[in-house]
Design a protein around this ligand. Structure first.
Ligand code: EPZ
Length: 421
């Protein structure tokens, strides 16, 4: 298994290109199942999760061709010949569950393995099931698989989510595009990835309004046609790289960065003493003097502070002046990076969903272990500010969500390399 060696090397300077969003691409790809005509995605990120979704779609009979080094995905689901999403693939990546809604709508049946638990929490699918059953699907859990069928097709309905679940909103919105009649999703997720999916579905002929708000209305139609769609910028990769100059000092421009995608996060950076400026080509982030100030953070559904940036923010606050309180309200077990940061000298007390972080003068490099995707990159960020060498092991977690992290950081002066394991 590869590991990454980071050596604290002072302030950074230069530009980092931000890729297309993993979490948008992982819901845009299953949208190909809704139509017999080709769907092509551009600005796709080159990540192992995208390769996992590619393998899953191909196992269902879809054609997925990766072009331009993976930045273009040319897909066609003209000849689907399998409606079972196998445990072997689904257990690797929870987002595999996003084939459920489209398959049900297109084929009238689907068998999708439950994803199983993952590092950050139980992550059940009750809200996905609730929404699809409201559209008339019959769903039964048997041998760890969801067996779903809609022999008479899906019918529009009003669906109220008890929690603004991103995946459940995506699954039900995709299914509703081919249901008979009108569907209204209440307390729907508002993430930019939902808006990107709705935009792509509209290009395919779907009738969707209200995406980006908590009430989305979908008028079902008989069939969707093909389209070409650019994947929206990855706001989590963007936020992650905004933290590099924040924690190491210096000034970095994140190319393609958009302030509207990270508004609440940028607000917290500003409070912490980091300057964020919009430029013609992205977002410039500078920390050229003065200490990082402690700030309190609570993770919430969009437009609140994103849970996927909590671990990375904790690394910054571990170097701040004062004590910060981080509340993780989305997942029940998303502080596994805390003990690893503690090995680097951070002072963190975790109690349930709350972490109290008291900043220290200087983090110290140490061998640490990645536990999940975002935890692994928070350890790299800490390594940028630490004295001495930090070796982050199990970086396969990292490769799921960050393309060439060492190359992007080397380009702005970081001392970082991959050690082939
Ligand atoms: C998406 O996961 C993202 N993944 C996650 O990013 C992200 O952290 C999460 O949304 C929240 O923003 C993708 O888009 C592929 P949820 P998803 O349904 O859809 C509970 C990353 O690092 N819940 O909004 O699974 C669930 O257990 C990943 O890129 C139910 O209880 O998130 C969790 O506690 C990690 N029942 C909370 O809701 C359900 O049926 C949020 O889940 C569904 C969810």
């Amino acid at each position: 298994m590869d590991s990454i060696l980071v050596t604290g090397n002072g302030p950074l300077s230069g530009r980092i290109p931000i890729a297309g969003a993993k979490n948008a691409c992982l819901t845009l790809m299953p949208a190909t199942l809704l139509s017999e005509e080709p769907l092509t995605l551009t600005n796709a990120p080159r990540l192992s999760d995208i390769r996992t979704m590619t393998a899953l779609l191909q196992s269902l009979g879809a054609e997925v061709t990766s072009l331009q080094g993976g930045q273009v995905l040319a897909m066609s689901s003209h000849d689907l010949n399998n409606h079972v999403a196998d445990y072997d693939i689904v257990r690797k990546m929870r987002a595999s569950n996003l084939v459920l809604g489209p398959m049900l709508a297109r084929l009238g049946h689907a068998v999708v393995s439950l994803p199983g638990g993952c590092a950050i929490g139980a992550r059940p699918m009750d809200l996905h099931i609730h929404g699809l059953e409201a559209l008339g699907a019959e769903i039964e859990l048997r041998d760890g698989y969801l067996h779903a069928k809609a022999p008479r097709g899906l019918k529009g309905a009003v669906v109220e989510f008890s929690f603004a679940s991103v995946g459940a909103t995506e699954n039900v919105m995709m299914a509703a595009t081919l249901a008979k009649g009108t569907t209204v999703l209440k307390n729907a997720a508002r993430e930019p990835e939902i808006v990107d999916l709705a935009t792509c579905l509209r290009k395919m002929g779907a009738r969707i309004e209200g995406d980006g708000t908590s009430e989305i209305t979908i008028e079902g139609i008989d069939r969707l046609h093909g389209a070409t769609h650019p994947v929206v910028t990855d706001r989590i990769e963007l936020g992650t790289y905004m933290l590099a100059p924040a924690i190491a000092g210096g000034e970095v421009e994140c190319l393609g960065g958009r302030l509207d995608l990270v508004a609440s996060f940028a607000e917290k950076l500003d409070q912490a003493g980091v300057t964020v400026t919009e430029t013609e080509t992205g977002l410039k982030v500078a920390r050229t003097g003065g200490p990082i100030r402690a700030v309190d953070v609570t993770t919430e559904p969009f437009p609140g502070f994103p849970t996927d940036l909590q671990a990375q923010m904790m690394a910054l606050l571990a170097t701040a002046e004062g004590t910060s309180v981080l509340e993780e309200r989305i997942f029940e077990n998303r502080f596994m990076h805390a003990p690893e940061l503690t090995r680097m000298g951070a002072r963190i007390e975790v109690q349930g969903g709350t972490a109290r972080v008291t900043g220290v003068e200087q983090l110290k490099g140490a061998p640490v272990m990645a536990t999940d995707l975002r935890a692994s990159v928070s350890l790299i960020l800490a390594g940028l500010a630490a004295e001495g060498e930090t070796v982050v092991s199990r970086v396969y977690h990292l490769d799921r969500g960050y393309e060439h992290v060492e190359t992007k950081l080397q380009a702005v002066g970081a001392k970082i390399e991959r050690i082939r394991g």
